[in-house]
Design a protein around this ligand. Structure first.
Ligand code: FAD
Length: 278
């Protein structure tokens, strides 16, 4: 069982627990993005096993009829073993998503993985003509060019600030520069995409910017935030008619994910502690 505090950020160890969380969430108008925790497998069997677990999850989502999709990490389904293993497993998961009407997101990892991830993603997106989305990171200087490429691909795109500590040759290091790039990339997406824009941020300023860009261009968009972070704001936005998705990690490998959230922001732990203490 996941102990109090950690269970604010992780929805249980099993798919049943995660789907129960989504059912509650859907009641408040917020949709779910389920992520089975796991990454950086350097052997094929665990990568294949997690791909199988996603396919099982997709079948369960279809059976429950919940408003929910999934998000996978490339290194969880074989990227560290080889590009072809990732491609094979990603394709299997997207095929299941296509069969069961469940949308499949692909997270983005550190900058060394981007070319392989993008090439595989684009091939699968074109083969299935949509039903998939890719994350891109505003801290990377290459992202403007990647967005130009993705504008023509049948997919959604989630813009985040970027979670990896990248070298200065490829990434903006100052927070103000990352924020500036986020605004600029978002403006590019609203002006050039036919919808399918996902604002993956808890930052009220970026969300305000997205609402203004939507007003100006009319392009459809959604907001995505993590489980356990600004959940009140998630509900308020959903009530206001914005498409809001909560990214929900679950599974046995929750310890390192939870400590990452705590390291990122001490407020996360304090907030969770307050919730537990009532
Ligand atoms: P920050 O710059 O961290 O914070 C800006 C402001 O947001 C703060 O000043 C505060 O007002 C508010 N805020 C932020 N956190 C909190 C909090 N805990 N409580 C209250 N207010 C808060 N990164 C990747 O590299 N690859 C991925 O595939 C990826 N997928 C993601 C998917 C989703 C749905 C989300 C939300 C993030 C994802 N990330 C991913 C992480 C992302 O890159 C950032 O590291 C993370 O979201 C923090 O950036 P931020 O935009 O929320 O704003």
């Amino acid at each position: 069982m996941i102990p109090p505090i950690a269970n604010n950020f992780v929805a249980g160890e099993t798919p049943e627990g995660a789907l129960d969380h989504v059912a509650d969430l859907n009641e408040s108008g917020v949709k779910g993005i389920l992520n089975l925790l796991g990454e950086h497998y350097d052997e094929r069997p665990p990568a294949d096993a997690d791909a199988d677990a996603y396919i099982d999850l997709i079948e369960r989502i279809d059976r429950t009829g919940l408003d929910c999709c999934v998000s996978v990490k490339p290194s969880q389904i074989g990227l560290d073993v080889g590009g072809e293993v990732f491609a094979e497993n990603f394709r299997r998961i997207v095929e299941a998503g296509d069969d069961h009407g469940v949308f499949v997101w692909c997270d983005m990892e550190d900058y060394t993985t981007i070319d392989t991830t993008l090439d595989t993603f684009e091939a699968v997106a074109r083969e299935f003509d949509g039903g998939v989305g890719l994350c891109v990171q505003a801290n990377l200087k290459r992202t403007r060019a990647d967005l130009e490429r993705l504008a023509d691909v049948p997919c959604k795109v989630r813009l985040v600030k970027g979670a990896y500590d990248e070298p200065p040759e490829v990434a903006y290091k100052e927070k103000s520069k990352v924020d500036e790039a986020y605004r600029e990339y978002l403006a590019f997406m609203f002006a050039n995409f036919d919808g399918g824009i996902a604002v993956g941020s808890h930052d009220p300023k970026m969300i305000e910017h997205a609402l203004e860009l939507h007003e100006e261009h009319g392009t459809s968009f959604e907001i995505q935030m993590l489980m356990g972070v600004r959940e009140d704001a998630q509900e308020v936005l959903a009530v206001d008619g914005v498409d809001v998705y909560q990214y929900i990690p679950y599974g046995g490998k929750w310890v390192s994910y939870f400590y990452r959230r705590v390291r990122e922001r001490k407020e996360n732990a304090l907030f969770a502690l307050r919730a537990v203490l009532g």
